[in-house]
Design a binder for this molecule. Structure first.
Ligand code: DAS
Length: 360
């Protein structure tokens, strides 16, 4: 009686070698994929709401990084991903210590030859500040890509999954190297230095007055420009030489502003005071002497503008040279504070500080 082919030893040997070949092909394919670390810090992208209709009412910083990765199996098609929960906070509650911890961990991982790129999941409220801090202090040209979401994963039309997928695509892309810290949101690739949250409730919340650097569409990144300000490997600031950040506070200004806030901040032990004024960073006549007194007491005074776009012109309505004040260029008050803290770890000379604000 004829032995059925599928039982013959020859077929079994063939089947075994075919399985081996398939396994090695899969292993080779995996080896060909970039290795991307996902560092999780919290925020809405790790949020959960009571129902699919809760796109704005939910608890942030609830879902762990392993669950985020498990919920997106498509990641395995574009990279070998590993997750690490650095902390789990809503980003409005971030502190200088969180910034230092995160930056040091990113710098450590970037040195590892088995890490090709790093993704950081983060809350939307202050991701622009963290992104700027990292771009100023982490010395690597490997892609560091921040990502957040405006809606929790439990909501209808949640944006986190595609934002995260895009972030991993970019973090694994060789053409993302050397472009500074990036943010992927709503199909765009933004510069960590330039980007801000400009709308508080829609997926298209993030933009920069200088435009996005590129876009990610169906797992492919497309680039249209590169940053011109100093960053990462070209920065004179290195997180490995920073152990603490000096106190710097922001004072917001408006019609009718009293001297209460500026006096309190000036006397609080800050090393610098960011004045977020209207227009070209204007300073009310009753505030000018308070800032001059702060300067005379050794506090660095930095004029920024509450106006989202444009940039502060030096010596326009305010004689910055005469008052020995610094202008924040195009940086909004919250970003000017980040640069001031980093710069003050090296110098409090106002001419040096002004150079730094032009260059970074
Ligand atoms: N509270 C916000 C934050 O953690 C939630 C978010 O939008 O990510 O920044």
């Amino acid at each position: 009686m004829e032995v059925p082919l599928y039982l013959s030893s020859r077929f079994r040997a063939f089947a075994a070698s075919a399985a081996l070949m398939a396994a090695s092909a899969i292993a080779q394919a995996q080896q060909a994929l970039p290795n991307v670390m996902i560092l999780a810090t919290g925020g809405t992208i790790a949020g959960a709401g009571a129902s699919a209709l809760n796109s704005a009412t939910y608890a942030a910083a609830k879902v762990g990084v392993d669950k985020l990765i498990a919920g997106l199996p498509e990641l395995g098609k574009v990279a070998n991903v590993k997750g690490e929960q650095v902390f789990q906070v809503a980003s409005e509650s971030m502190t200088n210590e969180h910034l230092l911890t995160l930056a040091k961990r990113v710098a450590q991982l970037a040195k590892q030859p088995d890490v090709d790129g790093i993704v950081i999941t983060h809350g939307t409220d202050t991701v622009e500040e963290t992104a700027y801090f990292l771009t100023l202090t982490v010395h690597t040209d490997k892609p560091i890509v921040m990502v957040a979401s405006m809606r929790p994963g439990t909501a209808l039309s949640a944006d986190g999954a595609l934002n995260l997928y895009d972030a991993v695509v970019v973090a694994g892309s060789k053409d993302a190297r050397g472009k500074g810290v990036l943010l992927t949101m709503n199909d765009t690739i933004q510069s960590g230095r330039d980007v801000s949250k400009n709308v508080n409730i829609v997926p298209s919340a993030f933009s920069s007055q200088w435009g996005p650097l590129g876009m990610v569409v169906e797992g492919r990144s497309y680039w249209f420009r590169a940053p011109v300000k100093r960053h990462t490997v070209n920065s004179e600031f290195d997180i490995e030489q920073i152990s603490t950040l000096p106190p710097v506070e922001v004072v917001y200004s408006y019609a009718g502003v009293s001297t209460t806030a500026v006096d309190a901040v000036a006397k609080s032990g800050v090393k610098a005071l960011i004045h977020g004024g209207p227009g070209n960073g204007s300073v009310a006549d009753r505030i000018v002497p308070r800032l001059q007194a702060a300067r005379e007491s050794g506090v660095v005074v930095i004029r920024s503008s509450r106006v989202p776009d444009g940039f502060v012109i030096r010596n326009a309505e305010q004689p910055d040279d005469k008052y020995d004040w610094v202008v924040a260029h195009d940086l909004r008050p919250q970003k000017a504070r980040i640069l001031a803290m980093v710069a003050l770890t090296k110098t409090s000379d106002t001419k040096e500080l002004q150079r730094i604000f032009w260059e970074y």
